[in-house]
Design a protein. Sequence first.
Length: 266
Amino acid sequence: MSWLLPILAALAAWWAGTLTVLVLSRIGGTGRRLALRGGWVLVALLVPILILLHPQDSPAAAYLGFAVGLALWGWQELLFLQGVATGSRKAPSRRGRKGLGRVREAVEAVSHHEAGLFATLLVLAVLSFGAALPVALWTFGALWVLRLSAKLNLFYGVPHPNGHLFPPRIRHLASFLGRPRRSIPLLVCIGGWFGLATGLFISGVAHDGTGLSTALLLLAGLVGLGALEHLAFLFRLPLEELWGWDVDDQPQRPMPRERKAIEGLF
């Protein structure tokens, strides 16, 4: 049962990290400024930790590297959800836009966020080059690909896009969601992510007792959670209830009439 602890650790870190980002993304005024400044301090502290982890390949190093990767991802998510780093386009998608025009507007709406994620990934790759166990890079990379998969599916259209979860500062991004529909790409992604999580789990169990085993099992838990989030696009799974008031009790602005009409069909 040595495999159970890393899986539970991934679940706990995902829940606590998401809760923290959700809470901080909905504060304003002085609290918002303090949160953003504190984030920069956190990032500065994580760099020497990565350097110290470079030669380490123990299970403890795997846990710490995983935490560093999650913290860096959470910081980027906070910048996004607070509306600090979204894109050059701050307006909703123009009604009736299709084809390349719609794609261009969507890219403009998240360009700064994507650039920040990619830049962070490159810095992690440089700092992790030659590392004994680059878990921070693997963690951030897995989250980046999972999020990119989710964004592409949402843009194409999924049965339950959960547009009501967008914080007010980025509510305009809900206009870029595709029309709700059951799609083959979503089913392929769900199957692929669950398959990858299974493969990571099997490999982690095979390397039992090593730092690599811990890293693979942590990633298996993380990818499995990403697969569940994709599954929530297919079925109406109220994942927000896992965090209670900090999602449900926040005042929400009315959704555009066309979004209400579409979501009311499902």
